[in-house]
Design a binder for this molecule. Structure first.
Ligand SMILES: Cc1ncc(COP(=O)(O)O)c(C=O)c1O
Length: 394
């Protein structure tokens, strides 16, 4: 049996997988067992910020492996503490909690909010339409995308959705009972949608008036993806809680939520916890990732290359208005709305050995490793143009 047949024999059918039998990764490339090389332009859906086989990440992992792979959170762990210290100093939040995944970090953020709002009887939590916050039931309760929600009802009580960027509805729905509004400043799975400045401004004003919490889901956008550490850094606002994951662990499972000073004493020993959260090997990879991003210029590269990629894609849009409708993004998170069959575009790019991901059926999502260089951008964009031309003549 080949790899696809074995997968389909044993797994629940949750994934549509790309037909690739991967042997190894190096930089921005993946290599198959047959020796073919693919340019990865979606980087483990925003996980592989430093690409594959990064020497600093690998040696940090090796060092920690030789010390210990796991001890329980009953113990102090210097690696975990070092990563916490770096994140807190970098972002200005007051407290952190480490998790194994994005959805688990989002759940923790909701629990923190719940405890904080208990005495004031604030209970209503809002998410935005088209949002995605994870697969567990708390995260799904505030996620807007029907594709992920349908069939999993009932959701958490007192959760509801607000129409994306609809300032009027926001004003009508939030009030004294509002506990929290959860949002992605750039929606990932929803199609790379940017929240409007007007919406953010009104959200901040209403928070001032009613005293609810703003929870920023920076799981996909955070840790430098947009060229700044957080996507909300592009806006004039500071959330009360921020949630990160994906790129944080340098490819190992690691997430976190951080909260402002006023939330520091909400949790007391035993009210929240995790067996694996903050695994020391993942934290060691996280420290290496931050060193590269912040100290060694990778985040700056993301900003620069983001501008370059967007410019190149803008030229494609201008040249092919019949195939490309719109283009949006921040840094190295760019969505291209297609007017032609998106699945066909992704398949044709795959034949050209360029890996890209489609979201929303029509948005081509560009999420390359943040270490990408101009020649990789040029190559991917030239293949994209070739594919569009081919599809256009069919
Ligand atoms: C914005 C956002 N939130 C939450 C999640 C869920 O993260 P995880 O799959 O690590 O649970 C994702 C994953 O794609 C995401 O993009």
């Amino acid at each position: 049996m080949d790899i696809a047949a074995r997968e389909s024999r044993y797994f629940f059918k949750t994934y549509n997988r790309l037909r690739l039998d991967i042997e190894r990764g190096e930089g921005v490339h993946l290599f198959t067992k047959q020796g073919e090389r693919y340019l990865d332009m979606f980087a483990g859906i925003a996980v592989n910020a430093l690409g594959y086989n990064h020497p600093r990440v690998n040696s940090a992992i090796e060092r920690q492996l030789k010390r210990y792979i796991h001890v329980s959170n009953t113990f102090y762990q210097d690696t975990q503490i070092e990563l916490a210290e770096r994140l807190i100093k970098l972002t200005g939040f007051a407290r952190i909690f480490f998790t194994n995944s994005g959805t688990e970090a989002l759940e923790g953020a909701l629990k923190l909010a719940r405890r904080w709002g208990r005495d004031a009887r604030k209970t209503a939590i809002y998410g935005l339409t088209d949002s995605f916050h994870g697969r567990t039931l708390g995260s799904l309760s505030v996620s807007g995308r029907g594709k992920y929600r349908d069939g999993y009802e009932p959701f958490l009580p007192n959760t509801d959705l607000l129409a994306f960027n609809d300032v009027e509805e926001l004003r009508q729905k939030v009030d004294q009972q509002t506990l929290a509004v959860v949002l992605e400043f750039v929606q990932g799975e929803g199609g790379v949608n940017l929240v409007s400045r007007e919406y953010v401004l009104e959200l901040a004003r209403l928070r001032e008036k009613y005293g609810f919490l703003i929870i920023a889901d920076e799981i996909q956008t955070g840790v430098g993806r947009t060229g700044r550490f957080f996507a909300f850094d592009y806006f004039d606002i500071r959330p009360d809680i921020v949630v990160i994951a994906k790129a944080l662990g340098g490819g190992l499972p690691l997430g976190a939520f951080m909260g402002e000073e006023k939330l520091s004493d909400v949790f007391t020993p035993g009210v929240h916890g995790s067996t694996f959260g903050g695994n020391p090997v993942a934290c060691a990879a996280g420290i290496a990732t931050l060193t590269e991003l912040i100290d060694n210029g990778v985040m700056q590269n993301a900003e620069k290359m983001g501008g370059y990629l967007k410019g190149q894609l803008e030229m494609i849009r201008t040249s092919y208005p019949k195939y490309v409708a719109d283009l949006r993004g921040l840094g190295l998170m760019i969505g291209v709305d297609l007017l032609v069959d998106g699945t066909k575009v992704v398949e044709s790019l795959f034949e050209e050995k360029v890996l890209l991901n489609l979201t929303n059926n029509r948005t081509l999502r560009w999420l390359p490793p943040l270490i990408i260089r101009p020649e990789h951008v040029d190559y991917a964009v030239s293949r994209f143009e070739k594919v569009l031309r081919k599809i256009g003549t069919q």
